[in-house]
Structure formats: structure tokens, C-alpha cells
Design a protein around this ligand. Structure first.
Ligand code: NAP
Length: 443
């Protein structure tokens, strides 16, 4: 079930929020009495509901806004149940004071700072109280926490909702049913989150036979989930692709095992570390999981060469010596280009403007989310080609400078879709549909 959390301050907004939630695909809404300017409006609001409701009046000591008397809070919840609320959320720490009053009990536990060491014991006590649903909402600071929450959801053994709050926990919110969850919380629309990491119902997959992910640090810029999920939908495949922030690549095998990933796209800055881990000589941007074994591939190099067109005999300057750069240099050399490298690591960075190259490739992350170019504007000449691997934004300063000087440009999306299509084939054995690729290129 998808529960959209509303944070309305007045009843009219809550009623409008219910309609918006229904249209967005919610099965029920969470009405938060502690957000209402007049919490006493809660029972009347429940009586006028147009979707099943889960009521909560979250106290400040559990991360909510209610600062009034505890007895009054319990009375309010009981009145909301008497008005017909289908579900009532009562904090594990307040359970002893509460009479169920007809509604189904969601017994909840929240931690907005992290995951307490004692969580397993708390969960055992919550299960023993036999509520309708055990809700555990903790904060995932990274991939290790996500793994812990997914494992808890998979093994908890009672109807439950394990929520890993924060960006690191989004995969569990999105694929909650895949890992055994009964309920997930969503926001009505982006920007209206009531807890960190919520996504709108349209982004919730629930189930999927096959799960894939992009891992990196940062990873929020990645457009791979949009492209892969559009391709899975077009093929009617029960598969879903999520984003997982991964601070330490050594955690990758655990992430793969816990989330039962079939394939992984590896992005900045882990391509070289992952190559070491899986025993690959080339940087790895694609991991295929075969019978639990991680198999490394690289689709960046061939995709870059394909995006550039014929490069045999051409003089190419590659900026950078990270994962993408090394893969591109290897592929360019195999395709017969004459390659020079300018990078901080190689000690050749300062001389990058003094080049006779016909093609300059930005394979650094400079320009990703910023308006900077790694190449001096005055070094561009007409007839040169500028190729940027950075694709967020699509039209980078590097490309604009080149165009202004009369150079030809190839943007990062041209490489992105090609490396993704090759990954898709490695992951699934199927071709990424051409119209999905075209729509993505045009978007
Ligand atoms: P990476 O392994 O972390 O390498 C980043 C490279 O950028 C390193 O060589 C680094 O130099 C250099 N760099 C960063 N900041 C710099 C600065 N201020 N001045 C000079 N050099 C700087 O990352 P990656 O995986 O290769 O990815 C690089 C970029 O390519 C990212 O933006 C990524 O999104 C993009 N990418 C795009 C595609 C696509 O399909 N379009 C595919 C792959 C990657 P040092 O080694 O000296 O730190």
C-alpha cells in the first residue's frame, strides 16, 4: 500500500491533499494532527475523508510538532478513531497509554538521527504487542544503513514498514514490497516531503523481479534511473532500476547481496576501485551479477568512440585520468586515434591549452553542476571538435566556449545513451528500445 503523507495546516488543504493523493495513486493518506493549526479539527476531518486515513499526532519527543499534554494527544487520537479513521499510528514509546478504539494499530518507532544499536530488541518488543503493522522509520546515513534496513525488512516476519529515511534509503521506499514491506510512505509531489527521502507515488515500483542500480558518490545527478525504467516499461519487463549513494566501494558486494541486484552501473568516483575488486584491468562502469559473482565490464570507452564517429589517425587530447578518461583513452587508441592526456595526476594539466589536437575530450567532472570549463576558452579554434562527457547540464561551458570559437561539439548525452544501451544489453540480453533512446535524447 502507498500512503501519502500530508502536512496540511488547515482542513481545506488536507481535503484537497487527499484528492491530489488519490489522483497520484495513493491507497491511503496519513493525516498529521500535529501539523494542523487547530489539532482539534482532526476528528471532523476524518469524518469528511475521501480516502482511507491513517491518523497520527506526532509528539515533539518523536520528531513531530505536538507540544501539548500527552493525555490530550491520546484523547485526540481516540476521537479520530471514533470518527472512523481506518488506521491509527501510535508511538511504541506511548503504547501503554492508548486504547485501540476500533482502528487498526500502526505501532511506530522513529529515529531521525540514525539507527540505534538496540533496534533489533525494540523491534522484538514491538512485534510482541501484536499490532496490525510494525512501522520502523530510521535514518540511513549511507549504504551500510540501507543494507541493514533491507535485511530487517526481509526478515522481520510480520506485516511491517521499514523506512530508511534519507537519500541513502530511497531504494527501500521505492521497492518496499520487493523486500517484504506492507506499506510505504510517499509525498504528494516533489517538494512536499514530510520526511527525508520520500518520493511521489509515480516513482514507487513496489515489486520487481529484477533489480538494478547505479552506485556512486554523488549519484543524485544520474539520469540512468529515468532511462532504464522507461526502457523496462516499454518492454513490459518486471524490472526496476534505483539510485544508491555508495560512499565506500568495498560495500558493493553486500549491497548486491542484500538488495538482490542483477546488475550495477558504477559511476564517479568508484570505477577504478571496483575494477580492482572484480579483477578487471580496465575501469569498470558495469557490473553484471552471475550466480552471485560480480563480473566487470566497461561500456564508456566504446560509447565515447561511437559518439565521436571516425577517429582513426586523428589527434585527440583527453582531459582527466579518472575512470571515464582511462576507458576512453583505451578505446580511442584501439580505434587508431593519436591520443595525448592532460591531467593533474599526469602532471600535464598546466600545458593543456598548448595543444595541436583536433578533438578535445573533457573526461573530468569539471562542469558537472557548475558553470566551469576545464579548457581555456582562447585555445579553441574553428574546425576543432569538443566532446564533453559531462551531461548534467547538457550544454556545458566547455561546449559553449568551443561553439563560440567555431568548433564542432558533441555533448555528454550522446555518450550517455550509448553506454547505457550497452549496459542494458549486458544486464538483460535485450536491446534498449530505439524510441526510448530517442525520446531521452530529445528531452
Ligand atoms: P573520476 O574517476 O572521479 O575522475 C574524475 C577526473 O576528473 C579525475 O581525473 C580528476 O583529476 C578530474 N578532475 C576533477 N576535478 C578536477 C579539477 N578541478 N581540475 C582538473 N581535473 C579535475 O570520475 P569518472 O567516473 O571518470 O567521471 C568523470 C565525469 O564523467 C563525471 O562527471 C561523470 O558523470 C562523467 N561521465 C559521463 C558519462 C557519459 O556517459 N556521458 C560516462 C561516464 C562518466 P584527479 O585525478 O587529479 O583528481
Amino acid at each position: 500500500m502507498i500512503c501519502v503523507s500530508l502536512s496540511a495546516r488547515v482542513p481545506a488543504d488536507a481535503l484537497a491533499g487527499m484528492e491530489e493523493a488519490r489522483e497520484a495513486g495513493a491507497d491511503l493518506v496519513e493525516l498529521r494532527g500535529d501539523f494542523l493549526e487547530e489539532p482539534a479539527d482532526l476528528p471532523g476531518l476524518v469524518a469528511r475523508r475521501t480516502l482511507p486515513v491513517l491518523v497520527a499526532v506526532r509528539p515533539a519527543w518523536e520528531g513531530g510538532r505536538w507540544k501539548g499534554e500527552e493525555e490530550e494527544r491520546v484523547r485526540l487520537l481516540e476521537a479520530a478513531c471514533a470518527a472512523g479513521a481506518e488506521y491509527v499510528d501510535v508511538e511504541f514509546r506511548a503504547y501503554k497509554d492508548f486504547r485501540r478504539a476500533g482502528a487498526r494499530l500502526v505501532l511506530s518507532y522513529h529515529d531521525f538521527e540514525g539507527i540505534p544499536a538496540s533496534l533489533d530488541r525494540t523491534v522484538a518488543k514491538m512485534k510482541a504487542l501484536d499490532p496490525f503493522l510494525v512501522k520502523v522509520a530510521v535514518t540511513a546515513g549511507g549504504a551500510a544503513d540501507l543494507v541493514r534496513c533491507v535485511r530487517l525488512q526481509k526478515t522481520i516476519g510480520v506485516p511491517s514498514a521499514v523506512i530508511a529515511m534519507g537519500e541513502a534509503g530511497q531504494a527501500l521506499r521505492i521497492l518496499y514490497r520487493r523486500y517484504g514491506g506492507f506499506l510505504t510512505y510517499a509525498c504528494p509531489r516533489p517538494g512536499a516531503e514530510t520526511a527525508p527521502g520520500q518520493v511521489p507515488p509515480s516513482e514507487i515500483a513496489g515489486e520487481a523481479d529484477e533489480v538494478f542500480a547505479v552506485v556512486g558518490n554523488p549519484v543524485s545527478h544520474s539520469r540512468s534511473p529515468a532511462l532504464f525504467n522507461a526502457a523496462f516499461r516499454a518492454l513490459g519487463r518486471s524490472a526496476h532500476y534505483v539510485r544508491i549513494p555508495l560512499e565506500d566501494p568495498a560495500l558493493l558486494p553486500e549491497v548486491v547481496e542484500a538488495l538482490e541486484l542483477r546488475g550495477v552501473s558504477v559511476t564517479i568516483p568508484h570505477k577504478e576501485k571496483v575494477a580492482e575488486m572484480v579483477g578487471s584491468k580496465e575501469p569498470v562502469n558495469t557490473v553484471v551479477v552471475r550466480e552471485g559473482r560480480l563480473e566487470g565490464h566497461n561500456t564508456d570507452g566504446p560509447a565515447a568512440v561511437e559518439a565521436l564517429g571516425e577517429v582513426r589517425g586523428r589527434r585527440v587530447l583527453v582531459l582527466g585520468s579518472g575512470g571515464a578518461a582511462r576507458a576512453i583513452v583505451g578505446a580511442l587508441e584501439r580505434a587508431g586515434a593519436r591520443v595525448a592526456i592532460a591531467s593533474r595526476r599526469a602532471g600535464t594539466w598546466e600545458r593543456r591549452g598548448a595543444t595541436d589536437a583536433e578533438i578535445v575530450v573533457n573526461a573530468t567532472s569539471v562542469g558537472m553542476g557548475t558553470d566551469e570549463s576545464p579548457f581555456p576558452a582562447e585555445a579553441w579554434r574553428p574546425g576543432m571538435t569538443a566532446f564533453d562527457v559531462v551531461y548534467t547540464p547538457r550544454d556545458t561551458r566547455f561546449l559553449r566556449d568551443a561553439r563560440a570559437a567555431g568548433a564542432r561539439t558533441v555533448d555528454g548525452v550522446e555518450m550517455f545513451v550509448r553506454q547505457a544501451a550497452r549496459q542494458f544489453a549486458l544486464f538483460t540480453g535485450a536491446e534498449m528500445p530505439a524510441d526510448v533512446i530517442r525520446r531521452f535524447q530529445e528531452s
